[in-house]
Design a protein around this ligand. Sequence first.
Ligand code: IPE
Ligand code: IPE
Ligand code: MG
Length: 248
Amino acid sequence: MIAVPNHVAIVMDGNGRWATQRFLPRIAGHKQGVKSLRRCVEACVVRGIKVLTIFAFSSENWNRPSDEVSGLMELLAMSLAAEVPRLQANGVRLYFAGDRGRLSAKVQAGLAKAEAETAGNRRLVLNVCFNYGGRWDIAQAARKLVERGEEITELALDRAMSLAYVPDPDLLIRTGGEMRLSNFLLWQAAYSELHFSVKFWPEFDEAALDEALAFFATRERRFGLTSSQLVAQTGAPAHLDGHSVKAA
Ligand code: IPE
Ligand code: IPE
Ligand code: MG
């Protein structure tokens, strides 16, 4: 049996390059990216992955040309409305992570509605990180603790982070060939296995996902321990256990 990660996180990168290669406007790449996401969500459900977290718009993406930014906002609003029936059919619960304050009232309402409508679904949690930055997340968690007068400890911060309701990602994938985090889950990715795919996000298909899962299955997750300690603890090499320490 191969170990399937509980929680997969993806930096969906390369939409713009995919479009440019085809002499299309960048937004056409983002639209194709939504289709790729639909395929990926369904593939994760079939493979028994429990949590999928995707990076859809970073804190820094506001600095892109204004027509691309407005195109992405529109695409989010449209996709939310269009995708909910399919999410329902697949048992997918949608959560939004990020700073909602800067989003339009229409987008904010769409997010809240999609979250409420899918709240009863249990097969897969889909976290959409939109206007999200790892540094923003750590800062907002610290602010919460200060407001509550709580001591700042690792555990308290962890519980105040925006993805506190799920265990940390076991596998973090970035498409598009770059090997960087670009301010994605800085706190939560402390012990994630990292997999980089050269495919642009619109081309990331089931076979590419399976390649990432096969990579994950060969990893020995030591969490700072030695190999022999792990064997003594679990009686099996760590790579056969796809669950993160937080979940244990
Ligand atoms: C990722 O694709 C999607 C977003 C950042 C919204 P890009 O738009 O960054 O595509 P490239 O990296 O320019 O090809
Ligand atoms: C990261 O991609 C953000 C998302 C995929 C939403 P970017 O394209 O913004 O990252 P950089 O600029 O190449 O680091
Ligand atoms: Mg990019």
